[in-house]
Design a protein around this ligand. Structure first.
Ligand code: FES
Length: 264
């Protein structure tokens, strides 16, 4: 399934300050990718070993294209954010495992922090025909209103949307994990009926993992971490499992049962 490919940049759009959406051509990725998979993009030909991982954000099989969201956080992402339509990129992908589809009959909850919406949007599009909007809730968190991604787009899905920002400039004030915990406790329904999928910053996923363990929730988290090789060879991306073994985020993940990993 993993392939090394050359893809063409079809479009680049700045969604927010320093956050871009790139649309790339690839029939292989658009056909093979599942929610949770990522691609490893070579930054430029002068640095052949320098690649950056990006979750696949959406696919369009009919038009042989897919999208990634990109936040400029350093030199590599800055270079990639300036790629123009018509330029080609070298990529490896699709890589990693994917979210398991929640069992039917569950209430699905997606918890996204910032750029964590990237793979969860792809997942949401796959769940749309399987679960009715009344059975899906999206918790979307950001530091402030200016960093809030996709709030309007999520409203259009008809899934319930709960927004929280750290500074209270949009939605509820506070961490999205605190809001999530308060909400699920308030419902008073059997927590075994929930199926939770989450992606976001490491600290947020650490909280999600702790919540999942304390309430024994069906909860999958997609981890984001620095990756060198991206294909399981360097062991530079490991996360500790409850059983004391180490798992590689790039090939054993990036999606893990939140109850089965120990996040530092
Ligand atoms: Fe090399 Fe995961 S990045 S093993």
């Amino acid at each position: 399934m993993l392939a090394q490919l050359s893809c063409t940049v079809l479009s680049r759009k700045e969604l927010l300050d320093h956050i871009f959406k790139l649309t790339l051509s690839s029939s292989h990725i658009s056909r093979k990718a599942k929610p949770g998979n990522f691609v490893h993009l070579k930054v430029n030909s002068d640095a052949p070993l320098l690649r950056r991982p990006f979750s696949i954000h959406s696919v369009d099989r009919a038009r042989n294209r897919f999208e990634i969201l990109l936040k400029v956080v350093g030199k590599g992402s800055a270079v990639l954010s300036q790629k123009s339509p018509g330029e080609t990129l070298d990529l490896l992908g699709p890589i990693g495992n994917s979210f398991s589809l929640p069992p039917r009959g569950r209430e699905v909850i997606l918890v996204a922090g910032g750029m964590g919406i990237a793979p969860l949007w792809f997942l949401l599009t796959r769940l749309a025909g399987r679960f009715s909007p009344e059975d899906m809730t999206v918790f979307m968190g950001a530091k402030s209103k200016t960093e809030l991604l996709y709030a309007d787009k999520l409203k259009g899905t008809q899934a319930k949307l709960i927004v929280a920002t750290d500074d209270g400039s949009a939605g509820r004030k506070g961490l999205i994990t605190e809001v999530f915990l308060k909400e699920i406790k308030k419902r008073g329904r059997d927590l075994k009926k929930l199926a939770v999928c989450s992606c976001g910053p490491h600290k947020m996923l650490k909280s999600m993992s702790e919540i999942a363990k304390s309430l024994d929730l069906w909860c999958q988290i997609s981890l984001e971490t620095h990756m060198a090789c991206g294909v399981g060879a360097c062991w530079g991306c490991v996360v500790k499992g409850n059983d004391g073994t180490y798992k590689r985020v790039c090939v054993d993940g990036p999606v893990f049962d939140a109850r089965e990993v120990v996040l530092e």
